[in-house]
Design a protein around this ligand. Structure first.
Ligand code: FPP
Length: 240
C-alpha cells in the first residue's frame, strides 16, 4: 500500500546558509540573516497559496546561544522587528503563528514579542506557522519524559499506558501533525536536533541553494520533488 499526496500538509525547514551567503558577498553574517527573513516571507506566502496547512521553520536552536553575542543579539532583534512589522499582515493572510521552544533565556522584550505575535495571529486558520525558537529536539523529548514520569509518580497514569500517542501529546508539537517534508537548504544533509521524533516518516529534501536564495521557484521545486516520492510507511508498494 502506498499513499501519494501531492501537497504536503506539513513542511518543516532548516533554514541554513545565511552566513555563507553573506560571506560570499563580503557582508556581515547579520546581512545574511536579514536576507533570510525575506525568504521567510516568500515561503510563508507560497506555502499558504499552495494549500500547505503547517509550516515549521527552525529559526534558532538551543545550540545557537553559543554563537557570538553580536550575532545572537542580531537574530533576536530581527525576530522582534519582524514580529512588529509583519504581525498584522500575517493575521490578514490567515496565518497563525506559534513559537515552539523553551521560554528560557529570552529577554523581556523577546518574550513580549512572542506573546504579541501569538495573540495577534491567534485566529488564523489558513496556515499555521511554527517558529522553532530556542528549540532542541532532545530537550523537547527530555521534558516530555519528565512530564510523563511525573504523571506516573502522581498516580495519574500507569507506566504501561505510555504509548506513542502519549509521548506525542507530551511534545511541543502536540496537536500538530508530523512533517511530511523536511527541507534543509545549503546542501547540508543532517537534522541538527530538529524534530527527531516527528521526522519518523518524513521525506527529506536537501537543495544546494542557500536560505536567502530560497525563492518561490526553489519552493516549487521542493513541492515537485515531494510529489514524485512514493511514501510507503514501512509497507509494500501497492501495485493495484
Ligand atoms: C542558519 O544559517 C540560520 C540561522 C541560525 C538563523 C535563521 C534566522 C533568521 C532567518 C532570522 C530570524 C527569523 C525569523 C523567523 C524572523 P547559518 O547562520 O548557520 O549559515 P551558515 O551555515 O552559512 O553559517
Amino acid at each position: 500500500m502506498s499513499k501519494r499526496v501531492t501537497i504536503p500538509t506539513h513542511i518543516a525547514i532548516i533554514m541554513d546558509g545565511n552566513g555563507r551567503w553573506a560571506k560570499q558577498r563580503g557582508k556581515e553574517r547579520y546581512e545574511g540573516h536579514l536576507a533570510g527573513v525575506k525568504s521567510v516571507r516568500t515561503v510563508v506566502e507560497a506555502a499558504a497559496r499552495a494549500g500547505v496547512k503547517y509550516l515549521t521553520l527552525y529559526a534558532f536552536s538551543t545550540e545557537n546561544w553559543g554563537r557570538p553575542t553580536a550575532e545572537v543579539d542580531a537574530i533576536m532583534e530581527l525576530f522582534c522587528r519582524t514580529v512588529v512589522g509583519e504581525g498584522e499582515t500575517l493575521a490578514a493572510q490567515g496565518v497563525r503563528v506559534k513559537i515552539m521552544g523553551e521560554r528560557t533565556r529570552f529577554s523581556a522584550t523577546v518574550l513580549e514579542m512572542i506573546d504579541r505575535i501569538e495573540t495577534t495571529t491567534a485566529a488564523g486558520d489558513r496556515l499555521t506557522l511554527v517558529l522553532a525558537f530556542n528549540y532542541s529536539s532532545r530537550r523537547e523529548m527530555v521534558l516530555a519524559m519528565q512530564s510523563l514520569a511525573e504523571r506516573v509518580a502522581a498516580g495519574q497514569m500507569r507506566a504501561e499506558d505510555i504509548d506513542e500517542e502519549a509521548v506525542a501529546a507530551s511534545l511541543m508539537t502536540n496537536g500538530i501533525p508530523d512533517p511530511d517534508l523536511i527541507i534543509r537548504t545549503s546542501g547540508e544533509c543532517r537534522l541538527s536536533n530538529f524534530l527527531l521524533w516527528q521526522a519518523s516518516y518524513a521525506e527529506f529534501y536537501f537543495p544546494e541553494v542557500l536560505w536567502p536564495d530560497f525563492d518561490e521557484r526553489a519552493f516549487a521545486e521542493a513541492l515537485e520533488a515531494y510529489a514524485g516520492r512514493d511514501r510507503r510507511y514501512g509497507l509494500v508498494k501497492d501495485e493495484s
